[in-house]
Design a protein around this ligand. Sequence first.
Ligand code: LP5
Ligand code: MN
Length: 255
Amino acid sequence: MAAPAVKDAPVVLISDLHLQESRPDITRAFVDFIARIPAACREFFILGDLFELWIGDDAVSPLANEVATSLKSLAGRGVNIYLMHGNRDFLIGDEYAARCGGKLISEPFELEVEGASWLLLHGDALCTDDAAYMEFRRMVRNPAWQREFLSRPLAERQAWADMARERSQAAAVDKPAEIMDVNHGAVLELIRASGHHRILHGHTHRPAVHELHDAGPSPAEPATRVVLGDWDRNGWYATIDGAEFTLQNFPIPGS
Ligand code: LP5
Ligand code: MN
């Protein structure tokens, strides 16, 4: 069956592909998706967790090469590519972004499009009820910690990353589901402090469009929180075209 067309829009956004050697079906779906991005697209955002794990740009792999080649071809079609860090691939550096023909952006990123403005994030920073994660995040997002980590041999970095994954998976078993979602107060505070009434993020793997009646510019105009889905059985993306936005998904063949 032919893959569905990717919706025509000047801005296309994805997140949470968690690309890894053990899921070649998702890598294929990604490469195919990139090839199908319509000519109308001017800006393509990857809002974190493109990779399942990233231990440094010097960890070359066929997967990293294939992804870079695919994105570089999109850049060659005149599309601006923006990469944001996720909680799995926050060690992606400028060198790999350049190999993809893209640019690293920090969060929250203000996206101004004709007719609307959006605040883009990975989403993990809003999960403030997860105290253990917040502590882990503070440690690994510290530039000094990252410099020290990246100075270690690749095999040692891989061992630390595997250990962190195991510990994270074990911790998830005991965490109530609400803790692993965004904290509503943190969302309201972000909206208040930024002045943006439209936010879009991934991370939680709970794709949805939320209307926030307690945070809009007026009671009649709710704020909007769009959550991208992770790529597993389906691939997810959002589009923005002026004041219009959509959240789309399509089946991943062989998943
Ligand atoms: O991504 P997901 O959904 O599985 O879980 C996240 C949070 N977990 C993480 C950790 C990552 O999964 C694994 C780390 C990737 C690192 C790549 C680079 C190498 C770094 C090496 C680090 C030593 O992001 C999870 C959240 C969940 O999202 C939902 O929001 O709950 O948070 C945790 O599980 C945190 C744990 O509760 C506590 C931390 C465990 C890791 C301990 C490492 C200890 C290292 C000590 C060094 C002195
Ligand atoms: Mn994530």
